[in-house]
Design a protein around this ligand. Structure first.
Ligand code: DX5
Ligand code: ZN
Length: 216
């Protein structure tokens, strides 16, 4: 299977959200990446349920919702109702991660776990068989347009090997600083899903930038 491109709505023009959603619908992108920030787990606040619902209303592709919030168990049902297809929580934000994963799946969504740049992939060993996606943060979460952290390659390689030995079906998603210079190496190292905010939305032609990121 070819890799998945998930443009990050965080970098879209919120005054023209329908236009940007339709651009992604028509492009070669596969998913919408939707970043939720609570101002506590990360030092920024993005948007909440009304905006997710507005995106869902126009989107013809799955919503990959990335929760950068403390104690996400409180809102799993609400994100299901808002239209999330993939729901990713941070390992660092969950006291009972296994329970949270089971709750996401029981609601009929794919379950993802994100890890910050300082978090070892080894901490995922005992949940790899339960999850559909690992989101490897390649920047410190909170903002779009940051510089890619090079240690990510090492983590992706180690994670790919863990997935192979545990026979897990989890996809590896890379989030932060993905661009036209690093995306191929990320795929070659084992990534399946690439999130791209700045690379898509600061391009003169965003759908062309998506098509470039799709090239193998
Ligand atoms: C960062 C978010 C990312 C962000 C990526 O905290 O989780 O999804 O939108 O944006 P770029 O691709 O610009 O680094
Ligand atoms: Zn994200």
């Amino acid at each position: 299977m070819s890799h998945i491109i998930a443009p990050s709505i965080l970098s879209a023009d919120f005054a023209n959200i329908q236009r940007d959603v339709e651009m992604i619908n028509k492009s070669e992108a596969d998913w919408f990446h939707v970043d939720i920030m609570d101002g506590m787990f990360v030092p920024n606040i993005s948007f909440g349920f009304p905006v997710v619902k507005a995106i869902k209303k126009h989107a013809t592709k799955p919503l990959d919702v990335h929760l950068m919030i403390n104690d996400p168990d409180r809102y799993l049902q609400a994100f299901k109702d808002a239209g999330a297809d993939v729901l990713t929580v941070h390992l660092e934000a969950c006291t009972h991660l296994h329970r949270t994963i089971q709750a996401i799946k029981a609601l009929g969504m794919k379950a993802g776990v994100a890890i910050n740049p300082h978090t070892s992939v080894n901490l995922l060993l005992d949940v790899l068989g339960d999850i559909d996606l690992v989101c490897v943060m390649s920047v410190n979460p909170g903002f779009g347009g940051q510089k890619f952290i090079e240690n990510t390659y090492h983590k992706v390689g180690a994670l790919r090997e863990m997935i192979r030995t545990t026979k897990s079906n989890a996809m590896i998603e890379i989030d932060g600083g993905v661009d036209l210079n690093n995306y191929r190496k990320l795929i070659d190292t084992g990534a399946n899903v690439l999130v791209a905010g700045n690379t898509v939305f600061s391009a003169a032609d965003p759908s062309k930038a998506i098509a470039e990121l799709k090239k193998i």
